[in-house]
Design a binder for this molecule. Structure first.
Ligand SMILES: Cc1cc2nc3c(=O)[nH]c(=O)nc-3n(C[C@H](O)[C@H](O)[C@H](O)COP(=O)(O)OP(=O)(O)OC[C@H]3O[C@@H](n4cnc5c(N)ncnc54)[C@H](O)[C@@H]3O)c2cc1C
Length: 281
């Protein structure tokens, strides 16, 4: 959803073909799914809440699994690993969780075809069919999924009202990265500049304040204050697109490119006296 174009995207098969598959979680199974997709030439993005692969297994790393290695290594993952000189552990031995990570999951995540496709620090919050609700379901099966996720922990840089954005929260992340969440009906009670927020923490509620024609979340990923396409920043596409795919992709991103350019030029002036502040609630 965007500030300027609230029309549901046209669902076409070529558009679906041009979009990646999203795998939630870089655990042993999530990475095996990604390896199978890569092997089939299907683009994939892995969203992992933790800062490293198999974050869940690491929590019980000292415990020994009941399964031996022969039942733990996925065949497609084995093929990818072996091509990089990996040696499979003793098939009859059962590893601890830590050994499973160190000898298999972590090396798999580091392989070139997978490494650039995994986004750490990305906790999935919701998954829905794009533009669909209970009253609009025609063409549901050919409509892409929208996956919403919290990018990372951050510090509140701004929480209040700006004219075009309405109720808006801007979070500063590590380095020059920031994210913006606009048109909120209200900001989470007490949230104010300087607060540290964690992944998954509620920072506000969807609404249509500011220049919005209907309730939606306007999201921006910014580098040094300039909105950019997050996909182009964090997800280099390793596979060259077929001409048909490239054409469909160019058509799909054109409206977003225009909007990002306009947003980059848009001068957002904070109101001197915010009509509503979160700290007052
Ligand atoms: C003590 C113990 C012993 C076990 N022994 C065995 C055994 O011997 N054999 C066996 O087959 N299984 C065993 N299991 C089960 C084992 O955990 C699973 O088989 C395996 O870890 C499943 O892998 P997975 O990738 O599906 O899930 P997980 O390992 O749970 O990985 C899920 C990943 O998703 C991430 N994640 C979670 N929520 C989100 C979100 N909202 N957004 C983004 N990322 C998210 C997590 O951080 C995690 O990295 C054992 C489990 C335990 C606790």
């Amino acid at each position: 959803m965007t500030l300027l174009d609230l029309t549901p995207r046209t669902a076409t098969a070529p558009r679906l073909d041009a979009l990646p598959v999203v795998v939630i979680g870089a655990g042993p199974i999530g990475l095996a799914a990604a390896a199978n997709l890569v092997e089939r030439g299907i683009d994939v993005v892995v969203l992992e809440a933790g800062e490293e692969p198999a974050a869940a297994v690491r929590r019980w790393g000292h415990i020994r699994l009941f399964s031996p290695w022969r039942h733990l290594v996925d065949p497609a993952s084995r093929r990818l690993l072996e091509a990089s000189g990996w040696t499979e552990p003793d098939a009859d031995a059962a590893p601890t969780g830590r050994e499973l990570v160190d000898a298999y999951v972590a090396p798999l995540a580091e392989l070139k075809p997978l490494r650039s496709r995994i986004r750490y620090g990305s906790r999935v919050l919701a998954v829905a069919r794009e533009g669909m609700d209970r009253t609009r379901s025609a063409g549901r099966e050919t409509t892409p999924f929208v996956v919403r996720y919290a990018t990372a922990d951050g510090v509140v840089e701004f929480a209040g009202r700006q004219n075009g954005y309405g109720n808006v929260v801007i979070l500063q992340h590590a380095g020059k990265y920031s994210t913006l969440y606009a048109h909120q009906s209200r900001i989470a009670p007490g949230l104010k500049k300087g607060d540290r927020v964690s992944q998954g923490q509620v920072i506000g509620y969807v609404g249509s304040t500011g220049w919005a024609t209907g309730p939606h979340l306007h999201y921006e990923f910014r580098i040094a204050g300039t909105p950019v396409d997050p996909l182009s920043v964090t997800l280099p596409v390793a596979r060259k697109l077929e001409p048909r795919e490239a054409k469909a992709f160019a058509q799909a991103v054109q409206p977003y490119k225009q909007q990002i350019q306009m947003l980059a030029q848009l001068h957002q002036t904070p109101l001197e006296e915010p009509a509503e502040t979160v700290a007052a609630r």
